[in-house]
Design a protein around this ligand. Structure first.
Ligand code: URA
Length: 216
């Protein structure tokens, strides 16, 4: 399933417009905060489809029956660009367990690239709801590789992907490889360059948030 959050008017579209804007995106603090705010708003949307249970709560005046989340999800993110979006999700799923994955593009001389997955730290995943954040769902290869890895570590009950901008090709690839995942995205763009950048997209999310890196 794919949920395009910009199909309904909301603040998310404003934040995405600012993220895309070549002038506004120069303000790194604002860019990171906008990614974080999208993580927060998306967490709220995802919470609507997660299981809740009733619980009695003692107030100063009596007992209230409250509905609370049955369990906390596992929040997984791909370093480094995923960090602000992850933080936004964690601000709302504030007791979640967390997983960190370092997956990066190892570029070949001809412009092609493979995904290299190095460092991984993750909690117990058996029967858990796992929410993986990656701001740019471009080719979908790092997400699919991450999902394969996480599934080999345990058996998550549900997997959700959170992306700020998703590209049609990447969505199709994820849907083909992992048909049971739900993709939540802020917007969908149709074009992908030969180097795997989304057009119009917003540029390199990691560089914009944290500065350019010297490694290829
Ligand atoms: N990663 C980015 O940061 N930007 C893109 O356009 C694609 C992948």
């Amino acid at each position: 399933m794919i949920v395009n959050l910009s199909q309904q008017h909301s603040m998310i579209s404003n934040w995405i417009a600012e993220l895309r804007d070549v002038e506004i995106q120069k303000d790194r603090m604002r860019l990171r905060r906008n990614l974080e705010r999208i993580g927060e708003a998306t967490a709220y949307e995802i919470s609507k489809v997660l299981p809740f249970v009733e619980k009695e709560v003692q107030t100063p005046l009596g007992i209230a029956t409250a509905k609370v989340m049955k369990e906390q999800p596992v929040l997984a993110t791909i370093l480094r660009a995923g960090l602000p979006l992850h933080q936004g999700l964690l601000n709302y799923f504030d007791q979640a367990d967390n997983a960190f994955i370092s997956a990066y593009r190892k570029h070949n001389k001809d412009g092609s690239f493979e995904i290299s997955l190095d460092y991984v730290s993750c909690p117990e995943l058996e029967n858990r709801v796992v929410i993986i954040s990656d701001p740019m769902l471009a080719t979908g290869s790092s997400l699919v590789k991450t999902i394969h890895f996480l599934k080999a570590e345990g058996h998550p009950r549900e997997i959700h992907i959170v992306a700020v901008i998703a590209c049609t090709v990447g969505i199709e690839y994820v849907k083909r490889e992992e048909p049971s995942v739900t993709i939540w995205c802020g917007d969908i763009d149709d074009e992908l360059t030969a180097k795997g950048y989304i057009v119009p997209g917003l540029g390199d999310a990691g560089d914009l948030a944290y500065g350019t890196k010297v490694q290829m």
